[in-house]
Each structure stands twice: as structure tokens, then as C-alpha cells.
Design a binder for this molecule. Sequence first.
Ligand SMILES: Nc1nc2c(ncn2[C@@H]2O[C@H](COP(=O)(O)OP(=O)(O)OP(=O)(O)O)[C@@H](O)[C@H]2O)c(=O)[nH]1
Ligand SMILES: [Mg+2]
Length: 357
Amino acid sequence: MEAAILGLEKSGKSTLLRALAGPRTGAHGQERVSSLHLPDPRLDALARLFRPQKVTYPELVLHDLPPWPLQGRTPGGEVSEALARADALLLVLRAFSRDDVPHPLGRVDPEADYRTISLELAYHDLAVLERRLERLEKVARTGPPAEREAAHREAAALARARQSLEAERPLREEELSAEERKALSPYGLLTLKPLLAVLNVDEGSAARAPALAEGFQDRYGGRRTAFAALCAQAEAELRELPPEEAATFRSELGLPDDPVPNLMRRLLTVTGLVTFYTVVGHECRAWLLPEGATAVDAAGRVHSDMARGFIRAEVVPWDALLAAGSLAEAKSRGLVRSEGKGYRVRDGDVLHILFHT
Ligand SMILES: Nc1nc2c(ncn2[C@@H]2O[C@H](COP(=O)(O)OP(=O)(O)OP(=O)(O)O)[C@@H](O)[C@H]2O)c(=O)[nH]1
Ligand SMILES: [Mg+2]
């Protein structure tokens, strides 16, 4: 999956990229795009049990964007391209105070920044919708008769989206019909994308980070809107150390447990992705799939031949498999179910797909 990191000037975007992807990336004009493996403690546990030669984590591509332009100005070409590709937005909200790093609006107030950016994203989408609606309304009035009906329907969907935005409801939180979703999908609408906002706190406030994130979650959270909090600076510095040294420093500095795996999990959840696992021969692997996808979709993620020749899937939740200690033992305890094509894959399922070639 891909995510774009955005936020106001000097909110800590490049520092967050380094905290997530490691020291070779981000900040000071270095790489703006970075790809990393999504950490997954469940896959780690499965790998400890099965000891495969290879453990494969899903990939996350992160784009570190330049500061978000305020006053309704839209970002330039390269940035809109990264935004269009992104499955989700990672919004950095500055909650750290530092006199030598001026805030572009002259004060540190993550809640006000959240509202400011939310409005900017809504303005962006409104401008896109207005332009498209003008054209569609013209086609609906004067276009070839065959196109009028479709233009009418599309215009109706876009007008409803405009109404939501005018009422300050981001599109990601709206219940959209399949037709509306399809009508809105070509325009790179930013409030339609799942959003994980990361509150970037001071070193000294790291212990209070989870409570801060929860407060925002209560006030502004939703199915496709989530909040997390960490000290990006401290996490970026710890990532430069070998793991044992980092753990020692972490406890000496009174920092909470590594917040990155939790942040990644929230990113997947808010994006509407579930993780399933395969244990085949010498490889344990985690795969991402949209919520609601079926066993045959999962087979297709692994290989198109497996979807084509799909017979059935043997399914066991990862923790049940772990507790049983082996697939054979899980089977003899009756924990492994046999499921057909239409089975909706659940987060944490281990799938063994049977297919004919
Ligand atoms: N104390 C403290 N400083 C931080 C933290 N995060 C970032 N900074 C500092 O804030 C400054 C800006 O951080 P960057 O990561 O470059 O911010 P940015 O959002 O990428 O900045 P632009 O790309 O210029 O908009 C740097 O000097 C960082 O060291 C933090 O959690 N705590
Ligand atoms: Mg930067």
C-alpha cells in the first residue's frame, strides 16, 4: 500500500518518515519516497513457530510531501501525483514546542491545525467538484441525448458530495453507494481518502501520547479517521541504534513501548485493510486485502492461477494455530475450517488454498 505524509511546515513530516522507515530516509532534502516492510508481530510469532527460510512482510510506500500550502492553494504536479496514488493520508500535527523551530502560524495548537488542514482538504475537493459539475451540467443540458442521462446521474452524485463538504463532513466518513463511489473515484478527492493523523509530541510528553490521541479520537475520529501520537524526533533517533541499545535508551528516557507497530496497525485498520497469512513450504507471508474481500480474492492476491483453479480454502485464525503449535494439531482439535469461494476473509486468518492447475 501507499501513504502520503502531509502537514504544515515544520510539523515533523520528514522526521516521522525517518521514525517509520529508518535513518537513511527523509529530512534535509534526502529521499522523499521510502519503502518499508510493515512490521507485524503476528507474523513474527508464526515465523518463530514454523521457522521458515523466508518471512515476507507487506510493503508500505511512504511519500514525504512538502509543507501543505495554505489559503486554498493547491499543491503542484508531483505532489498531486503522490496524493492520487495514496491509499491513505498520514497527517502530521505538531504538538511539540521548540523556540528554534517556528510554527508557520505562530503558535503550537494541534487541534487548530487539524481543523485548518481539514478545511484546506475540503476546499481542494470542493474546487474539483465545482469544475466537474459545471461541465456535467452543460452536457446534461446540451450534450448528445445518449450522454445526457449518464451526466445527470453523475452530477447528482457529485452534488451530494458537495453538500457533505459544505456541511463540513469529509467524504471518507459518508455512507456512499457503489454508484456514488464510482462517480467520485476518478477525481483524486482528498477527503475521500482514509486519514491517520499523527500528533507529534515533545520528548517529555511521550508518556501522555496515548491519552492525547484518544482525546482527539473521541472528538474527531470516525471509521476512516484515526489518531495516533508519538515523539517523532525520539523515535527517529532510536531507530538509528541497534535494537538492544534502543530498548535500553527507551526505558532510560521513560519512553513508552515502540509505538510504530501500533501506528502501522491503525493505518491498516483506518484504510479498511485486513491481513491474512500463508504458510507454504519455506515461506511465511502476510498479505493485505480490502475488508469484505473473499477467499477467492485472497487466492488471486497470491497468484492468479490459484483464483482460477480455486477449490477451497482451509482457514484457521493465527492465534488458534499458534496455540495448537502445528497445522496438524489445529486440524485434530477441529480449529481448521473448510471454506468456499465466497468466504469473507477475516483479519488474522491463516489460509491454505487448495486449487487445481
Ligand atoms: N523537539 C522535537 N523536535 C522535533 C520533533 N519532530 C521534529 N522536530 C524538529 O522540527 C524540525 C522540523 O522537522 P522536520 O521533520 O524537518 O519537519 P517537516 O515537517 O518535514 O518540515 P518541512 O518539510 O520543512 O515542512 C526539525 O528541526 C526537527 O528536528 C519532535 O517530536 N520533538
Ligand atoms: Mg520535510
